[in-house]
Design a protein around this ligand. Structure first.
Ligand SMILES: Cc1cc2nc3c(=O)[nH]c(=O)nc-3n(C[C@H](O)[C@H](O)[C@H](O)COP(=O)(O)O)c2cc1C
Length: 190
C-alpha cells in the first residue's frame, strides 16, 4: 500500500474539492491518501509519503506565491518519489486550454520553476458569483463577458469535468502499482 500526499493551495475551496475527489479514486485502489493545505505540509509529511500530488488554483493570472515556495523548499523530496501537479482555472473550460500544453497559466508557471512534474493536469474551476465581493464579482463578470462565459451575478457555474479528474486519479494510482514480478523461470525457458 502506498501513501499519497495531496498538497493543495486554494482560495475558495474548489481545489480542495478536486483533491478530495482524487483521494476517493486513489483510495479505491487500496492506497492511503492524505489531503492537506500545502502551507501545513512539513518535510516529514513528504518524506513519509510514497508519492506527492500538488494542486493549485489561479487567481488573477497566477498561482499563490506559496505554491512556488513549496516546490522550491521540497524540490528534492518531490523528485525522489512519483509526483504530479494540477492547476485549476476557468480558462481551462475552453477546448485546447484544458490540457497542460495548451493552458497558458500552467505553461508559464512551469517556466518559472525548476521542478519537472512527472504528471500534469489542468482542470476547469468554478465561479460562485454570489460568494464574491463586489469588486471581484464585477471584474470576473467582465472577463467572462469578454470570453463568452456566463455573467449572471446570481449564478454558480461549475466547469469541472469530473471524469477527467477521475482519469487523473486513475493514472496516479496506476503509477503506484508495484512493478509486476518478472517470471524468470519462463523467461529462461524460452
Ligand atoms: C477573484 C478571482 C480571480 C480569478 N482569476 C482567474 C484568472 O485570472 N484566470 C482563470 O482562468 N481563472 C481565474 N479565476 C477562476 C478560479 O481559478 C476558479 O474559480 C477556481 O475554481 C478557484 O479555485 P479555488 O476555489 O481552489 O481557489 C478567478 C476567480 C476569482 C474568484
Amino acid at each position: 500500500m502506498a501513501t499519497v500526499l495531496i498538497a493543495y493551495s486554494t482560495t475558495d475551496g474548489h481545489t480542495r474539492r478536486i483533491a478530495e475527489r482524487l483521494r476517493g479514486v486513489i483510495e479505491v485502489h487500496g492506497h492511503r491518501v492524505d489531503v492537506k493545505p500545502l502551507a501545513d505540509c512539513t518535510g516529514a509529511d513528504l518524506e513519509s509519503s510514497s508519492a506527492v500530488v500538488v494542486g493549485a488554483s489561479i487567481r488573477y493570472g497566477k498561482h499563490k506565491p506559496e505554491v512556488a515556495a513549496f516546490i522550491a523548499r521540497h524540490r528534492l523530496a518531490l523528485d525522489a518519489r512519483p509526483n504530479a501537479l494540477f492547476s485549476v482555472n476557468v480558462v481551462a473550460r475552453k477546448p485546447g486550454k484544458d490540457v497542460p500544453e495548451g493552458n497558458p497559466y500552467l505553461r508559464k508557471f512551469l517556466r518559472t520553476i525548476a521542478w519537472r512534474p512527472q504528471r500534469l493536469a489542468v482542470f476547469a474551476g468554478r465561479i460562485d458569483y454570489p460568494s464574491l465581493g463586489f469588486a471581484d464579482r464585477t471584474i470576473i463578470r467582465f472577463i467572462m463577458w469578454m470570453t463568452r462565459g456566463p455573467t449572471d451575478p446570481t449564478g454558480v457555474f461549475e466547469f469541472t469535468d469530473w471524469a477527467r479528474v477521475d482519469a487523473f486519479g486513475e493514472a496516479i494510482s496506476r503509477s503506484l502499482q508495484p512493478a509486476p514480478v518478472q517470471d524468470t523461470a519462463s523467461a529462461d525457458a524460452s
